[in-house]
Structure formats: C-alpha cells, structure tokens
Design a protein. Structure first.
Length: 313
C-alpha cells in the first residue's frame, strides 16, 4: 500500500502539532490553574473539530477510502485512550495531585507519549514492510489481549488498577516529602531532588507505553499507512487532556466500556488474522467498532442511571 505521507506532509503535520503545543503551554495555560468542565469541554470540541478538519483534507486529497481509514483509526484510538483516563484518575487520587497542577503533568506526559508512539509506529511499519507476516502476530496478540480482558476483568467491569510502578519509582528516586509548586525538580540542602509531581509524570509515561502495546497494533489492523496511523494517534492523544477534565467525574459510569474495548481488540485481531483470506471493508470495520463502543457506553449509562434512580426511590 502506497503511503499518503510525503516528507512534506510529515514535516507540515509535525510543525502544526509543535505550534499548537507551544501555544497551549506558553499562552493558554501559562499559569497553573484548575481546569473547569466548561474550559475542558471547549478544548475537547476544538481538538475533535481539528481532527475532523484534517480528515476532510485527507478526503479531498486522497479520496473516501483513506478518509474512512483515518476516521476509523481516530475513533479506535480515542476509545482505547479512555483506559488512560482511568489511570490518570487513580494516579492523581493516590498522589493527591492538586487540581491546578494536573494539567501540567498531562501536558508533559502526553508530549512524551507522542514521541514514544512515533517510535512504536515507525517500528511497526518497518516490520510490516519487511516481514508482512508479522500482521498475524499482531492479530493473535490482539485476540489474546481481548479475550484476557474479558476473562480477567473485575466484577464491576472497571479496568485494572495501574501497577505498583509509581510506588516503586518513589522508592528509588530521591524525592521531596511534598509538592513544591509546579516544579518537577528542586535543590534542597545541596541535593537535587525530584518532587512527587515528577514521579506521577513518569508513571503517566509508563502507563502510556503499556497502552501503546495494544493500541498501535490495533490501528495497524485498520490501515497499514504509517502516516494515517501516526496522525490518528496524535490527534487522539492531543485531545486526551481536555477529555480527562470533562469525564473525570463520570468515569465510574462507564463500567461496561472495558468490555466493549476488549471486543473491539478481539475483532481487529481476528480481522488481521483473516487478512490473507478475506479483506474486511473499512466501512464494515467502522460499523462494528462504532456499534461495540456505542453499545458499551449506552448500556453503562442506562445501568448507572437505573441504579441512581433505585437509590433515590
């Protein structure tokens, strides 16, 4: 498959992302503050609109098939990133990160995630180019992951708690006993010490590596074009911070979403395993992903709403 990403396209997209990040940090969030739901909702709409505009550019320049690939990959990445939100919530609660510092952690954490995703995607694209049979390995891994998530999920459907890596990091890295404003490092008594904010940042980065192991192969099941895989990943990640502040108070309601995500991974994995025998049309893939995710969200919402009414009565 011929990639739509010319060197100019890669350079232009990367430049756009860097400009947006500089504006985000240096202008709109120059001072640490608590991000309210209204502000977060505005940013969420902005990032989604920007992704859809980029999708329109792909449609005009490369046709409906490639545009549909991007949209499906973006939807898949956006859904898979919800698990990251649960981890953010647990980490911020465990480390009692002040609300006005949470955006700073997420900004730098997602910046690092973009670099790591780029490395994962380039490695995956190189493997597929030189040994296309690796797609069956990706497919088997995704089916295994999906089945594992279905069989070993918690009774309430919530995603597993993050590993003890954050606690381990705090033990091995010389750390201050409390936060020091928005600083990741400080010098005290002649020693350079990390603050708990830096430990949380490392834990966020580590969690993204874990999630990338699932999400990147899953997107290669939608398209093998590395430019589409990369841009859909980046747009999903860019909107992750704002989405967290929008959904933080409602994450517990999405109890069946992990089941939907597990079924999506199993479906994409099966599609990859059957790729040598039958090509599943991208429109069918989009429909299956949409139904599974939409159904999981709808059932979660109806179940939580019904339980709320029962408690009130």
């Amino acid at each position: 498959m011929e990639t739509i990403g010319s060197p100019a396209a890669w350079l232009g997209f990367t430049t756009l992302v860097l400009v947006l990040l500089v504006l985000d940090l240096a202008v709109f969030h120059r001072k640490a503050h608590t991000v309210g739901v209204r502000e977060a909702l505005g940013w969420t709409v902005f990032w989604i609109a920007l992704a859809l505009m980029f999708n329109a550019v792909i449609y005009v320049g490369h046709g409906s098939d490639r545009a549909l690939e991007f949209f499906t990959a973006y939807l898949l990445e956006k859904a898979l990133s919800v698990d990251n939100l649960f981890v953010f919530l647990i980490l911020f609660s465990s480390f009692k990160v002040p609300p006005h510092l949470q955006h700073r952690v997420l900004f730098w954490g997602i910046l690092g995630a973009m670099v790591m995703r780029a490395l994962f995607i380039l490695a995956g694209a190189a493997l597929l180019q030189h040994a296309h049979s690796v797609i069956y390995v990706f497919g088997a891994f995704l089916v295994f992951t999906g089945v594992k998530l279905l069989l070993h999920r918690d009774d309430d459907g919530a995603p597993p708690r993050p590993s003890r890596i954050a606690t381990w990091l705090q033990r091995v890295i010389p750390t201050t006993t409390g936060y020091r404003g928005s600083h990741f490092f400080v010098v005290e008594h002649g020693r350079r010490l990390a603050t708990p904010l830096f430990v949380v940042l490392l834990a966020v980065e580590a969690s993204d590596v874990v999630f990338a192991v699932d999400s990147v192969p899953a997107v290669f099941g939608v398209t093998e074009d590395p430019f589409i895989v990369y841009t859909s990943n980046i747009f999903a990640i860019l909107g992750l911070r704002a989405l967290y502040f929008v959904l933080a108070g409602a994450l517990a309601r999405f109890r069946y979403l992990p089941i939907g995500l597990a079924l999506v991974l199993a479906f994409i994995g099966t599609k990859m395993l059957l790729s040598g025998l039958y090509h599943v049309p991208i429109a069918v893939s989009l429909g299956v992903v949409g139904v599974l995710l939409g159904g999981a969200v709808a059932v979660s919402w109806l179940r939580s709403t019904g339980e709320g009414e029962t408690r009130r009565s």
